[in-house]
Design a protein around this ligand. Structure first.
Ligand SMILES: NC(=O)c1ccc[n+]([C@@H]2O[C@H](COP(=O)([O-])OP(=O)(O)OC[C@H]3O[C@@H](n4cnc5c(N)ncnc54)[C@H](OP(=O)(O)O)[C@@H]3O)[C@@H](O)[C@H]2O)c1
Length: 239
């Protein structure tokens, strides 16, 4: 039987690239996010034997419950959880709308905490792994939004705390910290500016993050847990 990977934010960008990369490594993948049509594109690309789409808003309790129940029912268990769903509302904190602040905390942080809590018992049955997508904005001062940076820094810290707590169950918990990657997250005007601010002189592509997702998911990476792996083309160092 194929190992099973659930990828939130699997409809686009880094999540979608991760789902495709995991499928190519032999996983059965479940892609979850709000836009059903985008999820169905992933299923069409990978085939129904390999991919399942479950539309869900991870910040809604009932959606998360249905997501995990349906994954268990259709796939028989869970080996890998990729926490890639994320939102950003760029701008200064003093000008930010309260709804936008709550939205970032709800999706980037609270939804992840609850999803981990709900998925960890299933992951423990298979000695599985969680891989979160953090951000350089949570490592150094976020230029796009302080709240966004704070939610990502919290994910990096959650990784360390949960890795310690769940090591005895054989569950590994790691985070990848991407620099700027060409997805819907990065507005067109910012591309050149971000490329120039990166040591490598360019921004990354989603599959350059996805290959580290598969590396951390691999049971051969048994000795890697509680790690935050920066994959940023040298963005943090600067040009
Ligand atoms: N691109 C970058 O430069 C960069 C850098 C560092 C970190 N990251 C992180 O990488 C992750 C993926 O972002 P991306 O760059 O690939 O951008 P993206 O293409 O916009 O992906 C964001 C994903 O999150 C999903 N999502 C948003 N709200 C959701 C919700 N409430 N419930 C379920 N899914 C939700 C979106 O799907 P739906 O709209 O279908 O719900 C989409 O699949 C994010 O966590 C982001 O913070 C990105």
């Amino acid at each position: 039987m194929k190992p099973v990977a659930l990828v939130t934010g699997g409809s686009s960008g880094i999540g979608r690239a991760s789902a495709v990369a995991l499928a190519h490594q032999g996983y059965r993948v479940v892609v979850a996010s709000r836009r059903a049509a985008h999820l169905e594109e992933v299923v069409a690309q990978l085939g129904e034997d390999t991919a399942t789409a479950i539309p869900a808003d991870v910040s809604v309790d009932e959606d998360r419950r249905r997501l995990l129940e349906t994954t268990a029912k259709r796939c028989g268990g869970l080996d890998v959880l990729v926490n890639a769903a994320g939102v950003v509302h760029p701008g200064s904190l003093v000008d930010a709308e309260a709804d936008h602040i709550r939205h970032m905390v709800d999706v980037n942080l609270l939804a992840a905490i609850f999803l981990f809590r709900e998925a960890l018992p299933c992951l423990a049955q298979r000695r599985g792994a969680i891989i979160s997508i953090g951000s350089v904005g949570g490592l150094v001062s976020s230029r796009i939004s302080a709240t966004y940076g704070a939610t990502k820094a919290a994910i990096h810290h959650l990784t360390v705390c949960l890795a310690r707590e769940f090591a005895r169950h054989g569950v590994r918990i790691n985070t990848i910290i991407p620099g700027p990657v060409e997805t819907a997250f990065v507005g067109g005007g910012a591309l050149q500016q971000l490329a120039e601010a990166t040591l490598s002189g360019r921004i990354g592509q989603p599959d350059e993050i996805a290959r580290w997702v598969t590396a951390l998911a691999d049971p051969n990476a048994q000795w890697v847990t509680g790690a935050s792996l920066t994959v940023d083309g040298g963005f943090v160092i600067g040009p």
